[in-house]
Write a protein that binds this ligand. Structure first.
Ligand SMILES: Cc1cc2nc3c(=O)[nH]c(=O)nc-3n(C[C@H](O)[C@H](O)[C@H](O)COP(=O)(O)OP(=O)(O)OC[C@H]3O[C@@H](n4cnc5c(N)ncnc54)[C@H](O)[C@@H]3O)c2cc1C
Length: 334
């Protein structure tokens, strides 16, 4: 009797097609050992759009405070913490085996990170090791398998259905609201332990530029200068205006290549992607590679002396004027 019903049960189970595991997502936290960076909050929002439980992996040297912050974020139900010298500088060579070990243990259906320099160097490695296709620069999530991403420097939008068992996604911060604090306090537990020290690279040091101005990718107002600024010294015009508007200052690649400003200010296809409430382009022609980094801004203002400049095609407000006259006037009036 027992064996018959056991066989019946087995037959029944084998008849059921187990098409998928429960939804669960791992978000890889980006931080500086003191604070969770805003991009992680955007990634947590994206992860929650996928449905299912969201775990956040915090790896670092002394990252206890960051783990506590992550546990407070709405939608983070579990925080996995990995502390050790191996994670100094968060080298992708050390974080990749940690992510793989975590994946091996928890069998997540999705792995998500921000489409930042960190995410861009980590996720392709993880995807290659899992033998799945990475899905980069995701700007919308339709359902657990269907993602919207930009291609051709943001000039075309692609909707794709991923069939891989594990989906590895980098998400654009500008496309997902940052998840706020106020979660019920996700439970914190250690990530799988192991020897994660990289054999091929070693973190030596980093020099971070310090600024009292808002961070470029999260500022509500961004003022950018292009080749039309003529020199680095002339950027002081933009800094004065930025001070009045609590704005961040950005630049086109031409301005960076000419040495006017450092390259962490570059906005565009090969620079940062921004989508502030207000973007003011000063002496920038509006090449597609620049537009790729700012055209999702809510309001775009362009100041250019050439009425034919392509930037006017995307601008909500355009001022055909000499910037050396218009910018000081604007600063004074503000
Ligand atoms: C693979 C690739 C990737 C790239 N990635 C990026 C990227 O990430 N970001 C990026 O920005 N570019 C990028 N570029 C470069 C891009 O193609 C353009 O060359 C660049 O954006 C031009 O910068 P610009 O508008 O400052 O300079 P220009 O095109 O030279 O325009 C300068 C503008 O200033 C105006 N001007 C001059 N003097 C004044 C004045 N006194 N008052 C008012 N206006 C004035 C001119 O009318 C002109 O429109 C990339 C290119 C390639 C091939």
């Amino acid at each position: 009797m027992f064996s018959t019903s056991a066989r019946a049960c087995q037959n029944l189970l084998s008849g059921i097609k187990v098409s998928q595991r429960f939804q669960s997502t791992l978000v890889i936290a980006e931080h500086n050992n003191e604070n969770l960076l805003p991009i992680t909050r955007h990634a947590i929002t994206a992860a929650n759009k996928l449905g299912g439980e969201v775990s956040v992996l915090v790896a670092g040297t002394k990252c206890g405070t960051v783990a506590e912050q992550a546990a407070q974020v709405q939608g983070a139900s579990r925080v996995l913490v990995a502390e050790g010298d191996a994670f100094k500088g968060l080298l992708p060579e050390s974080v990749t085996p940690l992510v793989l070990a975590t994946q091996q243990q928890f069998k997540f259906t999705h792995i998500v990170a921000g489409a930042s320099a960190f995410g861009k160097s980590l996720l392709p490695r993880v995807a290659a090791k899992l033998d799945v296709s990475p899905i980069s620069d995701v700007v919308d999530i339709k359902d657990k398998d269907t993602f919207v991403r930009t291609i051709y420097a943001g000039n075309a939008i692609l909707t794709l259905k991923a069939k891989d068992a594990v989906k590895v996604l980098s998400v654009r911060g500008t496309s997902f609201e940052p998840a706020a604090d106020g979660g019920s306090g996700g439970k914190s537990e250690p990530a799988p332990s192991g020897d994660y020290a990289s054999k091929v690279s070693e973190f030596v040091s980093q020099e971070l530029s310090k600024s009292d101005r808002p961070e470029l990718t999260s500022a509500k107002v961004v003022i950018s200068g292009g080749r039309g600024m003529k020199s680095g010294d002339n950027f002081s015009l933009l800094y004065k205006l930025a001070d009045k508007m609590n704005a961040a200052v950005g630049a086109s690649r031409a301005a960076v290549d000419a040495g006017f400003v450092p390259n962490d200010l570059q906005i565009g296809q090969t620079g940062k992607i921004v989508a502030p409430e207000l973007y003011i382009a000063v002496g920038i022609s509006g090449a597609i590679q620049h537009l790729a980094g700012m055209k999702d801004s809510k309001t775009i203002v362009a100041i250019n002396k050439d009425p034919e400049a392509p930037i006017f095609q995307v601008a909500d407000y355009g001022l055909v004027a000499d910037l050396f006259k218009a910018v000081p006037e604007l600063t004074e009036k503000l």
